[in-house]
Design a protein around this ligand. Sequence first.
Ligand SMILES: [Zn+2]
Length: 462
Amino acid sequence: MYIRGGILITVDKERRIFKDGGVVIENNRIVKVGKREELDKDYLHHSDIVIDASRKIVMPGLIDLHVHMAQAMIRGMAQYVRLIPWLRDYVWPLQGHYTKEDGRISALLCMIEMIKSGTTTFLEVGISGRYGMEGIAKAVEEIGMRGVLGRHVMDTPGYALEENIIHPGLVESKEYGMKEVIHMYQRWHGKHGRIFIWFAPRTPGAVTIETYKEIVSKARELGIGITMHLAEVKEDLEYFKKKFNCKPVEFCQKIGMLGHNVVLAHVVWVDDEEIKLLAKTGTHVAHCPSSNMKLGSGLTPVAKMIKSGVNVGLGCDGGPSNDNYDMIEEMKIAALGQSLINMDPKALTAEEVIEMATIRGAKALGLDKEIGSIEEGKKADIIIIDYWKPHLTPMLNPITHIVYAAQGQDVDTVIIDGKLIMKNRKILTVDEEKILEEAEKRGLNVVKRTGIKPAINWKIVE
Ligand SMILES: [Zn+2]
């Protein structure tokens, strides 16, 4: 496959941008990167597929470092509440009514949305038994994305100081969760080089210290990653202080959950000392600005973290907290948020934001040798953005245009693992229309089963 012409943003070690570039793919790997006029001689007439990328931007596929796929089908159902009631009264009861087929359809719906806005790899951070992990893994295989599937483990149904607040439909024993991680690891981990299995223990308050330690040691034994939500809201601080007399990152240190195989999500309420500890241990952070802003949680000190040497990636979080899975939009919100909290328009540059959505995300997943940039030898995860549009033309600055002006819908073509997954905005691997119909039916049905009403303050005429 030869991607011909267009502005090529490589995110390679020298951060080269080719004004008129070309990329050659053989099987699932990138074999040549360079100027169009030089590559034309060898590849224009000798490639099976030639993709014309003129008036387009070619860049690495985006990496969403924090996704709840099961929440795609309940978007719009939890509004105007802070995190704990948001979970307790809306999201958990809704998810606690899922069937395995609901979980599979929600995952497909979410993946279609991700692909259509340029995401090629994601970290799913919370699969419970009732969403049907096997069906979800098969859906990732079928649609052709690269996915890291984090499975929940828990042993007590709380969140921080709140006891017994996890919906009975989601409560599981530690043994069940641990067993499924190991079972899924044996069946799926590393399959096609696209599907990976991780631990995603629930938030402190739902997992005992002993179980956290068991997870850490099992993850080390299997050589897999761990992802967990941490210090998302101010209430978490009180929990760690009261229960363990420490700060959130110190708690992670106590249980051994800091290091290169750990992605901590949100990490809003941390101080300078904790940031140093994250940097020193090589622990990664997934920043989810839309979710944090919408729920009034606070905002992660990302600019400070990056300056201190912490690797920070970007995540869209979930349907009822964002409310979409569009990484291009998320990049803009990340940039705006740091300008605002630092009162400094250069706090986080567009270049840094693109790194968060690509190479830094890859590093957090331990996949930076394979993906995250367009370089010879790497796997071909590439997106093509159409800029022949009023909001992107003239293309005076491709870097800031991507972060501040582009939208997910501008993504025209998506290649994952060397395979065309979307062309001219049409998904080639699954039947989008059929999945939308299923999701509509199932989403309405889940909501009906719980009796929860969407928050709309205006008069509804039936
Ligand atoms: Zn989350």
